[in-house]
Ligand binder design. Structure first.
Ligand SMILES: [Zn+2]
Length: 415
């Protein structure tokens, strides 16, 4: 791995970020001066170049007219995902050492897709904490990780078959579950409050936590300053959780106008993971059994309808793939494909928000990430097409920087 690139002038690019939603214009013929791991200046090329040169020798990186945006944030990631089926069984039977290498490989691929931050929402055996340490120490390439550790489920609840969940029962049990994840290093808490697609013995609308159990999760997590996100499908279960103070809903397969109105009023975000009800190709690759495919694809139309309802009600919607972020899917990676699906409803500018600034706000790291501004971490990506014209521009990400280090540059590799 190269030494820290401490003094770089990213030249000849158009700089844009999600502030366009608030009326800020992209900056053409721009440059970004990166010093250490942060952005030192951004603006018209001549001005920024003069400023950088006055401060000493600076190496110019010609971006050749690319569009430069903040790195993407994937809010629903599992780097140790194992679905029912042969592909998932391979991961499930890995020992801890194999699992660590497997996840490290996924982390590197994820970063190379232009995803510079992930929110992990259930990972096996606390390997995510080791991976996060290895990435932070520079031993492994990967995105910045915020993680929930293991997801909390009731005994026999959604995902209980795998070591990326922790079975808890009763308010005392769930309090202990929250505390144990925070003790291990969790940045947030994930809880499964309804059945889902991947559980053979349950239905999507099976309620899984009693009110006192979910209240215990929320109260404990919030007391420790951690937000809570919930895997949830049906409106009734989501509606009750929103009233109790849930911070984010994953999937939301069966929302109603009443529930999305309350989500908007209370500031509960939605990570729709639209891909999970439209990814037959992915399921086939993994040998996912027929019953699960039927349930997944069958839920698709209602899922899309729920997403549209949430958008129309003004719910904050955020990018999350559920599928491994780097997984090749429908001609691109899962992260970009998910953002394209969201963009069909919300348009490219708001899609950019949903994939950058919206997530960092939810994560509470807006001070450091999410826009191309002086003082922020230099987590940046470049592509040749304009992502404000079409979200598919992200298919063409060809250059990735994380914390001032160039992690991917296709032109250098070609040379
Ligand atoms: Zn998931």
């Amino acid at each position: 791995m190269s030494a820290v690139e401490s003094n770089l002038l990213l030249a000849h690019c158009t700089v844009l970020d999600a502030r366009v939603v608030d009326g800020a214009d992209p900056v053409p013929d721009a440059a970004v001066w990166v010093r250490g791991d942060r952005i030192a200046a951004v603006g018209p090329y001549a001005q920024v170049a003069a400023q950088a040169q006055a401060a000493g020798a600076v190496r110019e990186v010609d971006l050749d007219g690319a569009y430069l945006t903040p790195g993407l944030v994937n809010m629903h990631t599992h780097l140790s995902l194992s679905l029912p089926g042969t592909g998932g069984d391979d991961v499930k039977t890995m020992g801890p050492h194999d699992l660590a290498y497997y996840m490290a490989d996924g982390a590197r691929r994820t970063l190379h897709c232009g995803v510079t931050t992930v929110r992990c929402v259930a990972e096996k055996d606390h390997a995510d904490f080791a991976l996060r340490r290895a990435i932070a120490a520079g031993r492994v390439q990967g995105p910045r990780i915020l993680t929930a550790g293991r997801a909390l489920v009731c005994t026999g609840g959604h995902g209980h078959e795998s070591s990326d969940t922790l079975e808890c029962d009763g308010p005392v049990g769930f309090r202990r579950g929250v505390r144990s994840q925070i003790k291990a290093g969790a940045d947030l808490i994930k809880v499964m409050i309804s059945g889902g697609i991947a559980g053979e013995h349950e239905r999507i609308n099976t309620p899984q936590l009693f009110t006192d159990e979910l209240a215990a999760v929320l109260e404990t997590a919030h007391a420790w300053g951690r937000k809570v996100t919930a895997h949830a499908g049906p409106a009734e279960i989501i509606g009750a959780a929103v009233e109790l103070g849930l911070d984010c809903v994953e999937h939301g397969y069966q929302l109603t106008p009443q529930v999305v109105t309350r989500m908007a009023e209370r500031g509960t975000a939605l990570v729709p993971t639209l891909l999970v009800t439209r990814c037959k190709e992915f399921f086939d690759e993994l040998g996912v059994p027929e019953w699960m495919q039927c349930r997944s694809l069958g839920a698709g139309p209602r899922h899309l309808e729920s997403f549209a309802m949430a958008v129309d009600a003004g719910v904050e919607v955020l990018l999350g793939s559920d599928m491994p972020p780097f997984w090749h899917f429908e001609g691109t990676n899962a992260t970009v494909r998910e953002l394209e699906c969201m963009s069909e409803r919300i348009g490219p500018a708001r899609a950019l928000h949903a994939g950058t600034r919206g997530p960092v706000r939810w994560l509470g790291v807006e001070e450091d990430r999410g826009t191309v501004e002086v003082g922020k971490l230099a987590d940046l990506i470049a592509m040749d097409e304009d992502p404000l014209t079409a979200t598919s521009a992200f298919r063409g990400v060809r250059w990735v920087m994380k914390g001032g280090r160039i992690a991917r540059d296709d032109r250098t590799e070609a040379a």
